[in-house]
Design a protein around this ligand. Structure first.
Ligand SMILES: Nc1nc2c(c(=O)[nH]1)N[C@H]1C(S)=C(S)[C@@H](COP(=O)(O)O)O[C@H]1N2
Ligand SMILES: [Mo]
Length: 246
């Protein structure tokens, strides 16, 4: 087992999250009161003008660390992966006028932005990768969100040991940030299963847990209430901040 997964699962068995200790320091320490006091301001600065730093391709970490829940091994995912995800369709539905079912070639045709950015995990490690794929905003626009839509929810193929699915959410403003991608490639190769194949969210302006891997469906909703724990994400339901701007 990879060390990160081992640490995460042993912490989980203690009832602590994989990103727990540092996260506790961030949410309970003095840093947090500074953050909460200026959160409104941060939100404006980061979401409308703030751009994540771009790195030269020479800075990429060729062995990009793998972290989080285990790569899905259920029948559906295994079958899709075996055929090179030929039968995969990304569903975009919910509060939209034109629900979409997009194949990988259709997603590639929707745009291709190459972006070398740093992924920051709340556990305290970072890795630089070159990501490539269409902007999330472009793909959402294809589905024509209705006026009542406020968030997009990312449903993923993976589940934790207790059967709880991983999910994440962004508001439509964060989703439309020009650096928010649906990544199809990492370091010039199609995403491998461990890094979230065939499609993962890549949002370099927010902490790593927001960048959902193995995305199967994006649902547009008016509220996050009533969805699993109501926190808007797998880790958020375990008390991580929904707003994870860096
Ligand atoms: N579906 C899914 N997405 C996920 C996770 C996960 O467990 N499941 N872990 C998150 C966390 S905490 C991190 S740091 C990154 C790890 O991405 P990597 O394995 O490509 O490094 O994925 C994020 N997205
Ligand atoms: Mo993370």
């Amino acid at each position: 087992m990879k060390r990160g997964l081992f640490v995460a699962s042993s912490l989980a068995s203690l009832g602590l999250s994989g990103c727990g200790p540092l996260k506790d320091a961030l949410t309970n320490g003095p840093f947090h009161s500074v953050l909460s006091g200026t959160e409104g301001l941060n939100r404006v600065v980061i979401d409308t003008r703030g751009m994540a730093r771009l790195y030269p391709d020479s800075a990429v970490d060729r062995n990009f660390r793998v972290n989080g829940l285990d790569t899905p091994s259920d029948d559906l995912y295994t079958r899709l992966a075996r055929s090179g995800f030929r039968d995969y369709r990304l569903i975009v539905d919910g509060l939209v006028d034109r629900p979409q079912k997009l194949s990988l070639p259709e997603l590639r045709a929707a745009g291709s932005l190459a972006q070398t950015t740093r992924h920051d995990c709340v556990e305290g490690w970072s890795a630089i990768g070159k990501w490539n794929g269409p902007r999330l905003g472009t793909v959402l626009a294809m589905a024509q969100p209705k006026a009542a839509a406020r968030y997009c929810v990312f449903r993923c193929f993976d589940r934790d040991a207790s059967g709880q699915p991983y999910y994440e959410s962004l508001d439509l403003h964060q989703a439309a940030h020009p650096q928010t991608l649906l990544a199809l490639d990492l370091n010039d190769a199609a995403l491998d299963p461990d890094h979230g194949a065939p499609v993962r969210l890549r949002i370099p302006t927010q902490l790593g847990y927001k960048s959902a891997k193995w995305v199967s469906r994006i649902e547009l909703v008016a509220t996050l209430d009533g969805l699993y724990g109501g926190g808007g994400g797998y880790w958020e339901d375990q008390n991580y901040d929904w707003y994870a701007g860096i």
